[in-house]
Design a protein around this ligand. Structure first.
Ligand SMILES: CC/C=C\CC(=O)SCCNC(=O)CCNC(=O)[C@H](O)C(C)(C)COP(=O)(O)OP(=O)(O)OC[C@H]1O[C@@H](n2cnc3c(N)ncnc32)[C@H](O)[C@@H]1OP(=O)(O)O
Length: 719
């Protein structure tokens, strides 16, 4: 709703009320229309101030309403009548003015913001565009180039930047509502036409086509296959080329197309899935709102390799003191140099003072005696990690939490060597740890809810998107990825090339195809894991290695590449060829094509043409199938957690929601049928066998993803 109040003689205040962010729900829009009409009819009122309850102007349209049938007064005419009002209207922006919230403010004649306010048009991140006049008014206010940047990225900006761009007229320290009233009193009576953005001439630039083409190229490169950023450019272009009413018509047409799209549904699902992952819960009933996390101020980081460096940088950026440890002086110096350089660059970019005083580098474990939490980030080797854990227990305070940064080792096995199993959790960071947003927080069988709560809260402070997951080999992300990777190499055996597979995956929307990712990470990473798990042993024929291991299909191609020293970008060749070791531009390598031909000949495989559809079905459905097994086992609390892991850790296209959402969107019965088909063709690939949960969900009529949790509960109770 909206609250109408008369203050002073001539000013009415309309306060949006819809906690927590005063989203423009049906009730709020109704309240605005009614309050505005009241203000306009009251002869004594000369000016109106719009504000939001609880120091929050407005978080935009109510996203929850998008999935139902919209009712109540629409935003466009409502904002138009605000702008057309003969009485002066001022927006008092506190907290946030986002999406429809900022569009409402753009309909007002003046805007005042407090210093902490954040403004933006983030609709593009929901698969939409600012369709309440935002694409037409903002370019008229700040010009095409700046509007294109804000609208296509959805970036939130500070009040200071908004003032510089001309979006707000005043930024004040203190109460924005009082300042808006004061401004209103000072300008009452002045003509308003110059303040009505829709009446301004189109936002002219010398070469609109060039500017818009450049913006199109940028958005296509940044978010391949996404419709919304392209539509945003088209709408802003209309603001430069067409009169306001025609531009609004274009905005509406584009919005109609986006609003109905599966991309918008996926991105809105992702918005809520991200918030749901933050509300973690464990199988024992402990959850985010019934478990207290004690504060962490000092953290030890053990190991200053690439992961340890990134973790230390993220901690310091969050204002946390770090004691960083290495085993010898040379490693310590290397780590210190890298961490210091990253933090100095960060301080320079942000214009803040260098946070280096928060860091201490040492060779001595004794320096850890008063830290609140330790993150071990040594080499991925169980025995080494166990030794570190035992050493740690000798020096740490008795309530210090011990976290291991591992990408898949057994957290329980590590906890067992300590004197505090309840205080041990996994923190699986993704490389580079100071850049990647995802953090899997892994609870073991003995981890206490408090330890999980502390790790989740620390991750959040480090600006990570944290997902609590159970302890299993590879946890969630890497466990699923294995099946996706297996299918990609089987496809090479059967006739595809790395470029064909990558192209299909990139057209699907992945930031990078699987073979490019493998070259980037280094092919030796997986090689080491396969050796450690016994898949590679000395008795395997080096000339014609077996294509079956432990009774299952196995593809030795990646091992054969490693044996040839083709380890990826770092050696200048892997699945692709690079100009020099370390360079990034992947080129097709005729040697690889020949190598694949020889391989197929050697094993008597007749190559066949493989369609992009088959690539996607085999890689993506096997990934989703494993996700369903993870749900079945209760490793995550719900499908949203898995999708968030893939969106933030594995370059999954946001406009496809995540693997679980994608499976639901394609249709679970289709996924089941395809998996059955491919499993029939590859009976020695157990991961293609449809999961029990998939069969159950299909048998129960493929319920919407939001209802899966209750079906999983039933599944567990039957076991
Ligand atoms: C014709 C179409 C015209 C306009 C289209 C639009 O306006 S689309 C909406 C554009 N607005 C946004 O995209 C803003 C989305 N919200 C946010 O970015 C953040 O929520 C915000 C406002 C910066 C606050 O962040 P914070 O971290 O403080 O809180 P959190 O994100 O956890 O949100 C708290 C709860 O509020 C719910 N919520 C937030 N925004 C909306 C919204 N616009 N509609 C509905 N609900 C919203 C959010 O889901 C959280 O709910 P909870 O149940 O507590 O998990």
């Amino acid at each position: 709703m909206a609250l109408y109040t008369r203050v002073k003689e001539s000013i009415a205040v309309i306060t949006l009320k819809n906690p927590p962010v005063n989203a423009l729900s049906t009730a709020v829009r109704r309240g605005i229309v009614e309050s505005l009409s009241q203000a306009l009819q009251d002869e004594q009122v000369k000016a109106v101030v719009f504000c939001g309850e609880n120091n929050t102007f407005c978080g935009g349209a109510d996203i929850k309403e998008f999935s139902g049938s919209m009712s109540g007064p629409p935003l466009v005419p409502m904002i138009h009548s605000i702008e057309a009002s003969e009485k002066l209207i001022v927006a008092a922006i506190e907290g946030v003015a986002l999406g429809g919230g900022l569009e409402l403010a753009l309909g007002c004649h003046y805007r005042v913001a407090d210093t902490n306010a954040r403004l933006g048009l983030p609709e593009v991140t929901l698969g939409l565009l600012p369709a309440a006049g935002g694409t037409q008014r903002l370019p008229r206010l700040i010009g095409i180039t700046a509007a294109l940047e804000l609208i296509t990225t959805g970036r939130h900006i500070s009040a200071k930047e908004a003032l510089k761009l001309g979006i707000v007229d005043q930024v004040i320290e203190g109460n924005a509502v009082l300042a808006a009233m004061a401004l209103a009193l000072s300008v009452i009576g002045q003509p308003l036409n110059a303040r009505r953005l829709s009446l301004q001439a189109p936002a002219w630039v010398p070469d609109v086509d060039y500017v818009c083409e450049a913006a199109l190229a940028r958005v296509k490169q940044r978010s391949r296959g996404a419709m919304a950023p392209v539509a945003c450019v088209q709408a802003v272009r209309a603001a430069a080329m067409l009169p306001y009413s025609k531009g609004m018509e274009k905005e509406r047409q584009l919005m109609d197309m986006l609003f109905r799209s599966s991309q918008a549904r996926a991105m809105q699902y992702a918005f809520f899935a991200q918030r749901s992952a933050g509300k973690w819960s464990l199988p024992n009933g402990a959850q985010w709102n019934n478990t207290k996390a004690r504060n962490v101020e000092r953290v030890g980081v053990i190991g200053l390799g690439t992961m340890g460096q990134g973790i230390a940088v993220s901690l310091v950026k969050a204002g946390i003191s770090v004691v960083a440890i290495e085993v010898d002086t040379k490693q310590l110096e290397l780590g210190k140099k890298a961490v210091t350089a990253m933090l100095q660059r960060y301080a320079q970019r942000q214009g803040v003072s260098s946070p280096l005083h928060l860091l201490k580098f040492t060779l001595s474990f004794h320096q850890l005696r008063d830290v609140d939490l330790v993150i071990e980030a040594v080499f991925e080797d169980m025995n080494l990690k166990k030794r570190v854990f035992s050493e740690l227990c000798k020096v740490l305070k008795e309530n210090t939490i011990i976290c291991t940064n591992t990408s898949g080792l057994n957290v329980d096995e590590l906890a067992a060597v300590t004197d505090r199993q309840h205080l041990v959790v996994g923190m699986h960071f993704f490389a580079p740890a100071h850049v990647m947003r995802l953090l899997e927080v892994v609870y073991g069988s003995g981890s206490s809810p408090e330890a999980v709560a502390i790790a989740m809260a620390l991750g959040k402070r480090m600006q990570k998107v944290c997902v609590a997951v159970g302890n299993c080999s590879g946890f969630v992300g890497n466990r699923m990825l294995k099946h996706y990777m297996d299918q990609s190499v089987y496809l090479l055996e059967e006739g595809a090339t790395p470029e064909q597979v990558d192209q299909a995956l990139e057209e699907f929307g992945f930031a990078m195809g699987i073979f490019k990712v493998a070259d980037l990470s280094g092919l030796d990473v997986g090689w080491r894991v396969r050796k450690a798990s016994g898949l590679i042993s000395p008795d395997i024929d080096p000339v014609k290695p077996s294509r079956w291991r432990f009774g299952r299909r196995y593809c030795p191609l990646p091992d054969m590449l490693c044996q040839q020293g083709r380890l990826g970008q770092k050696t200048g060749h892997g699945w692709y060829l690079y100009n020099s070791p370390g360079s990034k531009e992947a080129k097709c390598d005729p040697e690889i094509l020949k190598f694949l031909e020889d391989y197929r000949l050697k094993y008597g495989i007749i190559p066949r043409r493989i369609s992009s559809q088959e690539v996607i079905e085999r890689c993506v459905f096997s990934l989703a199938n494993e996700g369903l097994r993870i749900l079945e086992e209760g490793i995550t609390a719900g499908p949203e957690d898995i999708d968030i892991i893939y969106l933030f850790g594995y370059g999954w296209p946001r406009y496809r929601g995540g693997p679980m959402f994608y499976a639901a969107q394609v249709g679970l019965s289709v996924v089941l049928e395809k998996l059955e088909h491919y499993h029939h063709l590859q009976p020695d690939v157990p991961s293609l066998e449809p999961s029990q949960l998939l069969r159950k969900l299909v048998a129960e009529g493929s319920p919407p993803i939001q209802q899966w949790k209750s079906h999983i509960k039933n599944l567990h109770s039957q076991l």
